[in-house]
Structure formats: C-alpha cells, structure tokens
Write a protein that binds this ligand. Structure first.
Ligand code: ADP
Ligand code: MG
Length: 250
C-alpha cells in the first residue's frame, strides 16, 4: 500500500531521516521500532504530510503522494493519530468524534460544528457512528464525559476512535501505548487487530513495548540513525546482530 523510496529529511544540517526505503503491505500490521532519535516519528510525519521531505518519494497504491497535505491524505484514507487538541478537551467524547469527518477538511471547525447542529439528520448519523465507535472501543459509557477528564489510556483510545469515524485505509500510530496501563494497552491491541481483520485497515505502529510489537506486528521494521536497519518477523529481528548493537549502542 505504501512505498517509501530513499527518503531524506534534514532539520538544518542534521539528517533525521537519512535515505530510508520501505514498504507497508496492504492488510499488514507493520511495526516500526528503533532507539530514541532513530527518525521514526519524523518518517511518519513525512509520510503523513506534516513535514515535506528534503528528497525521496512516497507512493500510496501506486500513486505518488509525496508532499501532499494532511487533509489531502486524509481524503485518500491515510491517517495519522494526533494527541487531542487542547481546545476540544471541554467537549464530550462523543462530540470529539462527531467533529472528525468535517474537521479534517480545512473548514473552520467550530462553524462546521454549528452548521452540523442545524442539519439534524446528518447529526443523527454522525452520532450513531460515534456511538458505534465508542462501543467498539469498549468506552461507550464515556460518551458524555468531557474529553479532558479521560485518563491517558482512554485518550489514546479516543485518538484511535477518531480514525474510525471515516473509512481509513491505513493508520499510522505513534506510540499509542505510551504511558497506558496494561489493561488499556490490551484493549488498544484488540481494537487494532479487529480493525485490521474486520474492516481491512492496514496499520503502521511505532511502539517501544516489544511484547506489544511481538504479539501484534508482522513484519517489524527497525530504524536506526535515520535508516532502515532490518526488517522481518519480531523473532528474527530480535536475534539480528545489527539490531542488538543499535539498541545497546556502539
Ligand atoms: P524517534 O521518533 O525515532 O525517537 P524522531 O523522528 O523524533 O525520532 O527524531 C529524530 C531526530 O530528529 C532526533 O535527533 C530529533 O532531535 C530530530 N528532530 C526531530 N524533529 C525535529 C525538528 N522539528 N527540528 C529539529 N530536529 C528534529
Ligand atoms: Mg518518536
């Protein structure tokens, strides 16, 4: 689904991504791991249109998508999760989800929200979809809660939920399990597997928890110093000498 070719991203003179090439197969849950500073988040941000690459190309289903803006990629079904914006923390969990289909088009969010209020039928459909998403994620009981009151883990579930308000093809998750307790981490893992199996979502997942990666991801891609160091099953990469060396430091 995604092909990245010889991608470079420099910040000043520093190469955060330094000639990375990789593929994400349709239907896979691909893991992306590597030491801190390896360039994983920067790679995600370039693929998802947050940063323009210094050089190199990104393809989606054979189409060159290099440098497209996030909202253009959103319409193609390529989504990256973002932390909840502060201004939405006083809205309810359900309202946060109902914003999503309009909120990524570049229109003014708030005016869209009020316009939507007037269009009852459309609002009802959005509301039903939001509640389906919340039930799928086992947080239906939190629909009326203010988003700002959620625990860290519940916020991560809501971030994942936002990708379900539209028909995504591929979702990029950057450390969606960070700081999340074990139970919620397993709920997140279950949701990812179900979205993959039942709705055909492809995932690319950055995560430090190797247990999570090992259970969920095949293949696993390892980055170090802006480059792809290895790729394979979780078991094979954990026995790879170059990977062990990258983690232990030279
Ligand atoms: P990872 O996600 O693998 O931990 P990052 O992609 O966040 O790594 O960062 C890779 C390197 O690029 C780091 O050394 C980081 O300091 C640097 N970097 C990331 N974003 C920026 C930025 N916006 N400006 C300058 N340097 C950056
Ligand atoms: Mg990162």
């Amino acid at each position: 689904m995604i092909r990245v070719e010889n991608l470079h991203k420099k910040f000043g003179g520093f190469s955060a991504v330094d000639g990375a090439s990789l593929r994400i197969e349709t239907g896979s849950i691909t893991g992306l791991i590597g030491p801190n500073g390896a360039g994983k988040s920067t790679l995600f941000n370039v693929i998802a249109g947050v940063h323009k690459p210094t050089s190199g190309r990104v393809w989606m289903d054979g189409e060159d998508i290099t440098g497209l803006a996030p909202h253009q990629l959103f319409h193609k079904g390529l989504l990256r999760t973002f932390q909840l914006a502060h201004e939405f923390s006083s809205m309810t969990v359900r309202e946060n989800l109902m914003m999503v289909p309009a909120g990524q088009t570049g229109e003014t969010l708030i005016s869209t929200w009020f316009a939507r209020h007037r269009i009852r039928a459309e609002e009802r459909a959005l509301r039903e979809r939001a509640d389906e998403v919340l039930n799928f994620l086992t947080i239906g009981h939190l629909a009326e809660e203010r988003a700002g009151n959620l625990s860290g883990g519940q916020k991560k579930l809501l971030e994942l939920g936002r990708t379900m308000m539209v028909d995504a093809k591929i979702v990029f998750l950057d450390e969606v399990g960070a700081g999340v307790n074990r139970t919620l981490l397993m709920t997140i893992a279950d949701a990812i597997v179900r979205l993959n199996k039942e709705r055909g979502y492809t995932f690319c997942v950055i995560e430090h928890d190797m247990d999570f990666i090992g259970k969920l991801c095949d293949p696993v891609i390892v980055m170090a110093e802006g480059k792809v160091l290895a790729q394979g099953s979780a078991d094979s990469i954990m026995q790879n000498e170059a990977v062990i060396e990258a983690y232990l430091g030279r």
